[in-house]
Design a protein around this ligand. Structure first.
Ligand code: C2E
Ligand code: MG
Ligand code: MG
Ligand code: MG
Length: 279
């Protein structure tokens, strides 16, 4: 009996593995066609200046409208795009699309916002992101608004020396740099000082615990102080409650982003929000 069960569970195990491998292969295949078939969409989440309550930036977030599976969120396909290097083409599409949209806000709506774009490690390997940026600039001209690239700690800490050069080059090209998901990866304070970052985005995990947990509050306070000492702007991600907002305002956080203010919006909805936004 034991043997049969063992055999049975072995079968389940392989079946599960096969299913996962098949699904992965399917996603990989479909991803190859997704740009040409225009299945990607960018949604925009407004970023607010805490002191004034005005929208001063937007983060572009990728959505994939899969023909059979409906909307797929980045957590379910970005890693595959990274492993297969498709992220290089997808990333350039994101950059171009977001820059053009920010140009529309600037020229057609009269709102000049910073546009934030997420960048993966793979887009740095051979300066792919630098080349993509140069191409986008040559198409739309040097824009009259700031383009900000969001990078994670792990991306830059994997090879800090090389990252420093890459980041300096990007900074020379006129983009702003933000460290995304701060506090969740491997961080070195020494490098934080050396890297040319403009902004730190405090991860939602810390924001979640504000008002609930004294340690989390102490950590966020220390992060804000560190940012001030290094002359960096500080943003808190994933703000969902008024209590969190009040804490961040009291402690001098510069910018906030989260469902309390707005979820990521379609192009149309975001444009409408800008038209109605005073300031
Ligand atoms: P991220 O860059 O940290 O983006 C913030 C994520 O938090 C977004 O999820 C956003 O929808 C979500 N969020 C914002 N405010 C709140 C809130 O108050 N509560 C909750 N529960 N969530 C909130 P999303 O759009 O699913 O993106 C997930 C991650 O996928 C991003 O994390 C980013 O790392 C990656 N990603 C998204 N778009 C791109 C892209 O174009 N290129 C690359 N390389 N990565 C991307
Ligand atoms: Mg981000
Ligand atoms: Mg983040
Ligand atoms: Mg992230």
């Amino acid at each position: 009996l034991a043997k049969a069960t063992e055999k049975g569970s072995f079968c389940f195990f392989t079946q599960d593995l096969t299913e996962r491998a098949m699904r992965r292969l399917q996603i990989e295949n479909d991803l190859h066609k997704a740009i040409d078939r225009q299945e990607f969409e960018l949604v925009y989440q407004p970023i607010f200046e805490l002191a004034t309550g005005k929208i001063i930036a937007a983060e572009a977030l990728l959505r994939w409208h899969h023909p059979e599976q409906g909307v797929i969120n980045p957590v379910d396909f970005i890693h595959i795009a990274e492993e297969t290097s498709m992220i290089v083409d997808i990333g350039e599409w994101v950059l171009r699309e977001a820059a053009k949209e920010a140009m529309h806000w600037h020229e057609e709506i009269g709102k000049t916002l910073r546009i934030s774009i997420n960048v993966s490690a793979r887009q740095f390997r051979n300066h792919e992101i630098h080349e993509a940026l140069a191409r986008v600039y040559s198409e739309i001209g040097q824009p009259g608004f700031n383009i900000e690239l969001e990078l994670t700690e792990n991306l830059v800490m994997r090879n800090p020396e090389k990252a420093e050069d890459s980041l300096d080059l990007l900074r020379d090209m006129g983009v702003h740099l933000a460290m995304d998901d701060f506090g969740t990866g491997y961080s070195s304070l020494a490098y934080l000082r050396r890297f040319p970052f403009d902004m730190i985005k405090i991860d939602k995990a810390f924001v979640d615990d504000l008002g609930r947990n004294k340690e989390a509050e102490a950590i966020v306070r220390a992060m804000l102080e560190l940012g001030r000492a290094l002359g960096l702007r500080m943003l808190a991600e994933g703000v969902e409650t008024e209590l969190q907002r009040a804490f961040l305002a009291r402690e001098g956080c510069d910018e906030v982003q989260g469902f309390l203010f707005s979820r990521p919006c379609s192009v149309e909805k975001f444009r409408q929000m800008l038209i109605e936004d005073k300031g």
